[in-house]
Design a protein around this ligand. Structure first.
Ligand SMILES: C[S@@+](CC[C@H](N)C(=O)[O-])C[C@H]1O[C@@H](n2cnc3c(N)ncnc32)[C@H](O)[C@@H]1O
Length: 325
């Protein structure tokens, strides 16, 4: 197992963080995909004295747990996990073991600002966030009335940061830094679970496996509910998304094709993909240019680049839509 920190900001930091892309390409077995359900343990993990961070985007406040609280909850729960050595060593990433989802990465803020400034319709639309980690961009969309599907590689991330963040934002529950809380205004867990389940879905595992899982769900829904063809195509649309979001997920070139195939397979015909990334990931090799070249060679999507930061390490948002015939 090898480790590195790819969140480098300057050339000076490159040396200490470097790992060759060859090492990345020789990575381990990727994890299978799984669906996760919210349960009362997720709610209990948010005790009344949980310290909640908050960011204001336009008029919207999005709440989230700090990484150290999530790790503390994970340790308290006594979960034996492959990812423990990674965060005990303050390691950002161990390829195919821990993909970095416990902390908020820089491009998340770009994606939030981009969503707030854009006129993309969110209310009533289906949003998928891939490699979501804390899921702040998708949560912003959910707070405007979108249905969100959240995917992260690690189930520990889904259980200890993604789902708690969803509860903090989408269940009407008085978690805010211990203010005005009495036992009377705490809602029963079942109410919260029902509410969250109607607005969100959660998945972990590798992107290619998630792609397979989604197509199996399509198949099952179609054969169980919609034997006739007309309804079949409508049912498949249910598992496609109006908006696909992803931030800081293209550092490993080995995964570019899987990510692109998944995004193309589950985007609605008139949908949009917003991919936020640093222009280049020093030491690991992934870059927006390389990803954009792959998109162009695939020939299905039109791509527009928005520069979000042009000083130091450059950051971009790639906006992609299906090419019109
Ligand atoms: C650096 S974290 C970014 C987290 C979050 N999007 C942010 O910007 O704060 C990269 C994310 O990419 C996802 N990821 C990377 N490779 C993956 C793969 N092969 N399959 C599934 N997810 C992957 C992981 O879920 C991980 O959380």
């Amino acid at each position: 197992m090898f480790k590195f920190n790819f969140n480098v900001e300057t050339e000076d930091e490159i040396e200490s963080s470097s790992v060759s892309s060859e090492q990345v390409i020789n990575s381990k077995q990727w994890l299978p995909a799984q669906k996760h359900e919210v349960n009362s343990k997720h709610i209990q993990s948010l005790s009344l004295d949980t310290v909640v961070e908050e960011v204001t985007i336009g008029q919207t406040k999005v709440k989230y747990l700090h990484m150290t609280d999530a790790i503390q909850n994970l340790q308290k729960a006594g979960v034996s996990s492959n990812i423990s050595p990674a965060f005990e060593d303050h390691t950002d990433l161990v390829p195919a073991v821990y993909e970095g989802g416990l902390k908020v990465w820089e491009c998340t803020w770009d994606l939030l600002q981009f969503l707030a400034d854009s006129d993309i319709k969110l209310k009533g639309n289906r949003v998928l966030e891939l490699g979501c980690g804390t899921a702040l961009p998708a949560l912003y969309c959910a707070l405007q009335g979108a249905h969100i599907t959240l995917q992260d590689y690690n189930e520990e991330v889904i259980n200890f940061i993604t789902i708690p963040n969803v509860i903090l934002n989408l269940a009407d529950y008085p978690f805010v830094n211990n203010v005005n809380i009495t036992t009377d205004n705490i809602r029963p867990s079942n109410d919260i679970i029902t509410e969250i389940t109607s607005k969100t879905s959660f998945y972990s595992g590798d992107w290619s496996e998630f792609d397979k899982l989604l197509s199996n769900i399509n198949y099952e829904q179609v054969s169980n509910n919609n034997p006739d063809n007309d309804k079949t195509s409508r049912s498949c649309q249910e598992y496609k998304f109006d908006i696909i979001l992803t931030s800081e997920t293209i550092y490993n070139p080995e995964c570019h094709q899987r990510l692109l195939t998944l995004m193309t397979n589950c985007l609605k015909q008139d949908g949009v993909i917003l991919l936020a990334a640093k222009s280049y990931y020093f030491g690991v090799g992934g870059s927006t240019l390389q990803f954009a070249d792959l998109v162009k060679s695939q020939g299905k999507l039109d791509l527009k680049t928005h520069i979000m930061n042009s000083e130091g390490v450059k950051r971009e948002i790639l906006e992609m839509k299906f090419r019109r015939e």
